[in-house]
Structure formats: structure tokens, C-alpha cells
Write a protein that binds this ligand. Structure first.
Ligand SMILES: [Mn+2]
Length: 233
């Protein structure tokens, strides 16, 4: 019953399916998805619809998932006489432009094609994403968080971090966050191409960086926390 982690699937449904086959994920295994399921790649909704039907998949929120939920909720509003001129204010419009600029179009268009029931399910599912998880595997603890522990200080509980500190602020992969050698921090968000120049999981100072750039010419990576075996598609 191994525990697997992947991140930054970014709409690459095809790679996601191939990875599930590659690791032969069974119902007894556990899979954590450490954020940024949506945007950029062509089929973000297909990934979400698949994930939500699996009881052994635990989603953790990324900045893209967070923004997409906010935008979809704001856009999916019936225009009435009362709200016609007020429901999209300037801030929302700017947020929308940023989202489109950062790959939101495939998420918006995929959402539009869903049935009303699927739309509700997708919004509920995104709203349910955890901001972090701590996975105990063997005698090790893995802190799973999309971006990092922004404004880190020893003794600060994970529950004390703000959403921005967890899903936006980049971790420093070469900094050892915890003295305890049995505590690891697993993050996505920063493509390893930008850290080591390679589309390969990066290990350093008890940090494990697993975003290998699936949507930007790299690979989708998955790591087994029991064996540290790495998988790529
Ligand atoms: Mn990210």
C-alpha cells in the first residue's frame, strides 16, 4: 500500500493517465496531488473529474487551483438586472486578465463544457482542497505543500502559515527547514528545470521538489514515499 506524490499536472490529462498506469495505482494505495491541477494544459477538468471519483487521492491546493476556483465562482453568475453592472468590478477584471495570461483559458473552457451537476461538483471539490498535508510513511514525516513555507521560522506551526505562504511563496530547496532528519518537505510550484536545469526530481537538505515541468516541455514526475522510487512520463 505505497504512498505516492505528484504535482503540477496542469491540465496534462494524458500524462496523468499514463502515470496512474505506470505506478499501477490500486485502491489500497494513497496518492497525494500537491497542487496546480488546472490551467495551461488542455484537459484540466478531465483530471479533476477523475480525481474526485477516487477515494484514495488527496488533493492539496496550488495557486492555480485557488485562483481558478475564485474566478469560476465569480464568472459563473447569472446576470440579472440587479447585478448586470456590478458583478464584475475592476479588481475582478484584472484578476481575470492575470488568470488568462497564466493559462486559465483551458480551465475556463473546460468548465463551460460541463453539465450543471459537474460544475457544482468541480467547484465543491476545488473548495475542499487541503492547504497542506503531513504524511507519515515508515519513520519519516513528509510535509506536503504546493509552494513552500513562506516566512519560515522554527516553532511556527504549519496551521499558522497563511494561504499565500503555503501556495505562492517559493521554498528554498537548499535550506534545511527542520533539524530533525526524519522530517521532509515535498513541494511543487517551482519547476526543477529552474533549480537544477533538469526535468528530474530534486533532493536537497530534506527537501523534495517534484514539479518537473509536465506542461512546459518537461515531464510529469511521481515519487513513492516508501521507497523514494521516481517515475516519469
Ligand atoms: Mn504553482
Amino acid at each position: 500500500m505505497p504512498t505516492y506524490v505528484m504535482s503540477d499536472i496542469h491540465g496534462e490529462y494524458d500524462k496523468y493517465c499514463r502515470m496512474l498506469e505506470k505506478i499501477a495505482l490500486s485502491a489500497e494505495d494513497t496518492l497525494y496531488v500537491v497542487g496546480d491541477v488546472v490551467d495551461r494544459g488542455p484537459q484540466p477538468m478531465e483530471i479533476l473529474l477523475d480525481m474526485m471519483n477516487r477515494e484514495n487521492v488527496y488533493p492539496i491546493c496550488g495557486n492555480h487551483d485557488f485562483l481558478a476556483l475564485d474566478m469560476l465562482k465569480k464568472l459563473d453568475v447569472e446576470i440579472t438586472e440587479e447585478n448586470a453592472e456590478t458583478h464584475l468590478d475592476v479588481d475582478t477584471m484584472n484578476e481575470f486578465l492575470d488568470w488568462m495570461h497564466d493559462g486559465g483559458r483551458t480551465t475556463m473552457e473546460g468548465y463551460r463544457r460541463l453539465s450543471d451537476e459537474q460544475k457544482r461538483d468541480v467547484l465543491d471539490y476545488l473548495a475542499d482542497f487541503a492547504m497542506y498535508e503531513a504524511a507519515e510513511v515508515g519513520d519519516r514525516v513528509f510535509i506536503l505543500v504546493h509552494a513552500g513555507l513562506g516566512n519560515f521560522r522554527l516553532g511556527k506551526k504549519i496551521s499558522e502559515y497563511t494561504i499565500k505562504e503555503l501556495i505562492m511563496d517559493r521554498s528554498d530547496p537548499d535550506r534545511q527547514y527542520f533539524e530533525d532528519e526524519s522530517i521532509f518537505v515535498v513541494t511543487g510550484h517551482t519547476p526543477t528545470l529552474l533549480i537544477s536545469g533538469k526535468a528530474e526530481i530534486y533532493h536537497s537538505h530534506n527537501n523534495i521538489c517534484i514539479d518537473c515541468g509536465a506542461c512546459m516541455g518537461g515531464r510529469l514526475a511521481c515519487i513513492c514515499l516508501d521507497t523514494m522510487e521516481e517515475f516519469y512520463v
